[in-house]
Design a binder for this molecule. Structure first.
Ligand code: ZN
Length: 191
């Protein structure tokens, strides 16, 4: 079974795919495969784990640089550089460096076309990792709008689907706790 899977999607090809370097014809061949290997998710995680220097187990990838990892009894967001962003149920953007563009001049730095948003109504926020300064995300939202929380993965359901439920599975995990953090800050500010 596993040998056959190796033939279906060799790990070296999966590595190239993850790095965005797999030739297009190979990607098309993968998409056309009538039977996809059952352990692709686990192989994908293995490839991700090989690429980082830290030891915490990767549970899911959130974006190009960010992962939810298991750290002791916690599930936290971690950058590939090692920077940690705390409990994954709290929007990681709260722990990032934020650069908000609010003026026409600031918009001009990134828009080269005449078609650009109106700074009276919209602000553009760029989020950076405090550890490696990688750009982790960009959002264009109405001015003053709360940070968008793009991904709160339902990790336990995913692992159950894939046939290997996590030992730490609990209903407590799939809950957005972002407001608890902002409330805490609001209280601290009020003191
Ligand atoms: Zn980083």
């Amino acid at each position: 079974m596993s040998e056959q899977s190796e033939q279906i999607l060799p790990k070296n090809k999966l590595r190239l795919l993850v790095d965005g370097k797999l030739p297009l014809e190979d990607i098309h061949a993968l998409l056309r495969m009538p039977v996809k290997d059952h352990d692709r998710f686990w192989k994908y995680l293995e490839v991700l784990q090989e690429r980082v220097s830290w030891k915490e187990r990767i549970l899911v990838r959130v974006s190009e640089h960010l992962y939810v990892v298991e750290k002791g009894a916690e599930r936290i967001v971690k950058c590939d550089c090692g920077q940690e962003f705390g409990d994954y149920r709290i929007n990681w953007k709260l722990s990032s460096l934020v650069y908000a563009r609010k003026t026409a001049e600031e918009f001009d730095e990134i828009f080269t076309t005449p078609n650009k948003p109106n700074p009276e109504f919209v602000e553009i926020r760029e989020f950076y990792c405090p550890g490696c300064m990688a750009q982790l995300g960009v959002e264009a939202v109405p001015s003053g709008y709360p940070f968008l929380f793009e991904v709160l993965p339902d990790i336990d359901t995913l692992y159950e689907w894939e046939g290997r439920p996590l030992k730490s599975a609990s209903k407590e995990w799939y809950v957005d706790l972002t407001a608890t953090q902002t409330e805490k800050w609001a209280k601290e500010e009020g003191k």
